[in-house]
Design a binder for this molecule. Structure first.
Ligand code: S3P
Length: 166
């Protein structure tokens, strides 16, 4: 196994799972999502892991999960929105085809609203989105081999743009 065909990164709510599944269908390969792997392995939700153990512990779990998925999957792989925060995790992506699905802050607020299932957005979503994007944008750009803007586009249009960018 030579690693995933495509890795999708980008902020939560940008559509990594929807686009990832469409992309996998179009490419005739399997789809995998490290958030799902973590929930299955841990037997609890991501929100519960954040509450029980905090973000740092979650990032350590996530790093292991990304490493396993990269070694064991050759289709489309979507990473959690914050996976890029960890330098080791970013290092694991070197040499892979990494598509960054981007969106602007207003689009993010509109799409995710007050989604309390996402612990990082529980209060004041606009301010938190701004801070989150400011902290992460350059990390996504650093590892991406292609950037696909999703603002105002349907999942099908984003999928086509991602295919065109491969
Ligand atoms: C996170 C994004 C989430 C999930 C966790 C933390 C983040 O993944 O890993 O809630 O830090 O941006 P999605 O991007 O799949 O929602």
């Amino acid at each position: 196994m030579s690693g995933p065909l495509v890795v999708l990164v980008g902020p939560m709510g940008v559509g990594k799972s929807t686009v990832g599944q469409l992309l996998a269908e179009r490419l005739g390969v399997a789809y995998r999502d490290t958030d799902d792997d973590i929930v299955a392995e841990q037997g609890r939700s991501i929100a519960e892991i954040f509450v029980d153990e905090g973000e740092n512990a979650f990032r350590a779990i996530e790093k292991t999960s990304v490493r396993h998925a990269l070694a064991g999957h050759d289709g489309v792989l979507a990473l959690g929105g914050g996976a890029v925060l960890d330098a080791d995790t970013r290092g694991l992506l070197a040499g892979l085809r990494v598509v960054y699905l981007s969106m602007d802050v207003e689009e993010a607020v509109k799409r995710t609203g007050l989604n309390t299932a996402r612990p990082l957005l529980a209060v004041n979503p606009r301010k938190q989105w701004r801070e989150l994007m400011d902290a992460r944008r350059h990390l996504y750009e650093e590892i991406a081999t292609a950037v696909v803007a999703t603002d105002g586009r349907t999942p099908e249009e984003v999928t086509q743009a991602a295919l065109d960018a491969l």
